[in-house]
Design a protein around this ligand. Structure first.
Ligand code: BG6
Length: 522
């Protein structure tokens, strides 16, 4: 794996500009885009992990930070018979450990929570749900606006969207909206993605569909476009003339955890590449849209996906490394091999690591490799984009320093290091002619202390505001599947499948083969 975090030398800390102009922008004014409409958020799959871990905590935090209209309701739906109080108690117990939850605000929030049980293949239970929602609308001033959040297994997406449609819950009228939120995976290949979209579209129109990718809502990911297009100095060098290669890394130290059932069907390419990696690639490589507006931004992303050079599937090894973690140690603690994780087949051929060398066939990026790397059970959690610039064309110091002078490197740290660093050369103090690498370092928390919205808070809020900026559009989904499906097919059906899967030790930097894949660029 690219040694992205190598400390190249001393640091020169950047001072955050606090001119009068900057101070005009009060932090509070950056907090909320607008006031969300009154609405009911219906969570289908309310007894599942996603509801408890992400959706309810995000709604609670939004409530606490005054991001919700005072007229909101949350209606949890699942097969289990629970009742309103049962649901409230279950949610409270689940987030008990969370220190940001205080009793009085929780009590107030919980008074907005309701529960209705539902059988996903029984239309009559959806009819009952509609009657209940209509009644709740009459009692509370939710205005009839509704969000249906599919926190259910992907196999139920199509049928549930259809059930909602059949009982009239997808219908909108003047000033009253109905929206559906779909979590990834959007299909498992091109055909299934097209089919899923077709069934959802039978009742919901495109403007009603919100396809979530939580990476898009991370502050540091949103910042990529701000950074690129609000500074005049970077864009002129953001191209093949000055950039040698780009590395996008999402490394995790966690293993498959309790998600073997899903992961054994998905593997790293479907889990991380078809969504998060492709979005980060598009944000890094896209052209500036004429306006920061959802469809114009998404149009530009789609152009990036259209320019992806198809993988030569007969020479996959030249462009792709797949790996699976073996036993090892993370932070000094022994961890099992993927095949020994609960629920994983002992002879599983599912990759937990992948590096793809990708080219974009367009004017700006011709010939520049993009290395996309993601894996589980690596040395540490690290998400970042590293822009490796070219070396100086000629070294006038060659008599004393030789030809080689380290090239500049810009790192956009996404997580956990939320920072931007730029490494460059300076003279080392002293009588002898010597260079040293120094790093300018900006940390996001350096100039801001106010509340922050986590990714799920942001996407829920945007859905209430009807803003599609941070959501996938179907053409992008299909273009990415068109790129990945032939690779997946080749990897999953070829005779050398077993040989293609490189073992790596948990806690390491991934399979050794990544070095060979990157060798061309060094
Ligand atoms: C999810 C994947 O979409 O993203 C997980 O399904 C992965 O396998 C997770 O662990 C990583 O997200 P984050 O925000 O922790 O980087």
């Amino acid at each position: 794996m690219d040694d992205l975090t190598e400390n190249q030398g001393e640091k020169a800390t950047m001072i955050v500009e606090e001119s009068g102009l900057d101070m005009d922008i009060a932090p509070e004014s950056c907090l909320l885009e607008g006031m969300a409409d009154p609405c009911t958020i219906v969570i289908l799959g309310a007894s599942g992990d996603l509801t408890v871990r992400k959706v309810i905590p995000a709604l609670y935090m939004l409530f606490k930070n005054k991001g919700l209209s005072k007229d909101f309701l949350v209606v949890g739906c699942a097969r289990t018979e629970l009742g309103d109080d049962g649901f409230r108690d279950k949610m409270r117990a689940a987030i008990n450990e969370d220190e940001s939850v205080d009793n009085s605000s929780w009590q107030e929030f919980a008074s907005h929570l309701y529960y209705r049980s539902i059988i996903y293949d029984d239309l009559s239970t959806f009819k009952d749900l509609k009657i209940s929602l209509d009644e709740l609308d009459k009692t509370y001033k939710t205005g009839g606006n509704r969000i249906f959040y599919l926190a259910i297994p992907p196999t139920l997406y199509s049928s549930t969207a259809q059930m909602l449609g059949k009982v009239g819950l997808s219908k909108e009228k003047e000033g009253v909206w109905s929206r559906i939120v779909v979590e990834k995976p959007f299909g498992r290949d091109l055909d299934t993605a097209v089919e899923l979209d077709r069934t959802i579209h039978e009742y919901f129109k495109e403007h009603q569909i919100f396809r979530i990718d939580h990476y898009l809502a991370k502050e540091t990911v949103q910042n990529i476009l701000m950074f690129r297009f609000s500074n005049a100095i970077f864009e002129p060098v953001w191209n093949r003339r000055y950039i040698d290669h780009v590395s996008i890394t999402t490394a995790e130290s966690l293993g498959v955890e309790h998600r073997a059932g899903y992961y054994e069907q998905a593997g790293v390419l479907r889990d991380m590449f078809q969504n998060h990696m492709m979005q980060i690639l598009a944000l890094t490589a896209m052209e500036p849209p004429s306006l920061f507006e959802a469809d114009r931004v998404r149009d530009e992303k789609v152009k990036v996906y259209r320019s992806l050079r198809p993988f030569p599937v007969d020479r996959l090894q030249d462009y792709l490394v797949l790996g699976q973690y073996g036993a090892g140690a993370i932070d000094g603690k022994r961890v099992p091999a993927y095949r020994d994780e609960p629920g994983v087949s002992p002879d599983s051929l599912i990759p937990t690591f992948a590096m793809l060398k990708v080219y974009l066939d367009n004017w700006r990026w011709q010939g520049v490799p993009f290395y996309l790397t993601s894996g589980k059970r690596l040395k540490r959690k690290l998400t970042e984009i590293a822009i490796q610039f070219k070396e100086v064309p000629h070294s006038m110091f060659r008599q004393t320093l030789g030809e080689h002078i380290s090239a500049n490197r810009l790192i956009l740290g996404i997580y956990p290091d939320e920072r931007i660093t730029l490494t460059f050369q300076t003279k080392n103090p002293g009588a002898k002619v010597c260079l040293r690498s120094v790093t300018m370092d900006f940390h996001y928390d350096q100039s801001y202390e106010g509340p922050e919205f986590d990714a799920y808070e942001k996407v829920l809020l945007d859905c209430m505001l009807g803003d599609h900026m941070l959501f996938w559009r179907q053409d992008g989904v299909e273009l990415c599947w068109s790129f990945l499906t032939p690779i997946l097919q080749e990897c999953e059906t070829c005779g050398e499948r077993r040989e293609m899967l490189m073992p790596y030790e948990a806690g390491s930097e991934g399979p050794h083969a990544v070095k060979k894949l990157m060798a061309d660029s060094w």
